[in-house]
Design a protein around this ligand. Sequence first.
Ligand code: GSH
Length: 204
Amino acid sequence: MILYTHPASPNCRKVDAVVKHLGLEVEVQIVDILRGATRTPEFKLINPNAKVPVLVDGDVTLWESNAIAAYLASKTESGLWPRTNARYDIMRWQSWELAHFYPPARDITAERIIKPLRGLPTDETVCAKAEVDFRHYAGILDAHLAEHRWLVGDGLTVADFCVAACLTYAVPARLPLEDAPHVRAWLGALDELPAWRASSPPPM
Ligand SMILES: N[C@@H](CCC(=O)N[C@@H](CS)C(=O)NCC(=O)O)C(=O)O
């Protein structure tokens, strides 16, 4: 299996965490997203969206991090992607992440982390607008985690990796989590997992 990825990408982190947690063997190809390496004609043959991660496994070429995380987790009998109806609950959280939680987290992270790296000024009006949505959805996550240790069922699943990846830059991007104590506790529990810690991006 070949995994096209980048160590600083929250979406790639979801997949990397599954690979490390399950000890899967993949050949890692780092794609230099900061220099536009996803936009070449060759790369667009494997992902026309020009994004990482992408997994190539024989005849299967898969893009979209949530699908790749589930695909890789299904390679073993681990509880990360259980063979029960819990899968639909996992998909619910993955969909919620993509549609609602990731966009404001991404916008704030882009303004406060990515733009300064590129020598561009942060627009705090963009952050203030995104923070309204972020707080709203963080509240929904917090209420769920007040009642549950993990997002789905009694154990870790890919849902935890897929939702928590949005919060990879929570501290440096100052994502507003002060009213979300259960989210902070859940992130602390994830940080106890060697695979999750090892999937953390290197300091920039
Ligand atoms: N929905 C996609 C998003 C992938 C994505 O946005 N990847 C970013 C890195 S986090 C990327 O490749 N950016 C490079 C670019 O846009 O040129 C997924 O979950 O895989």
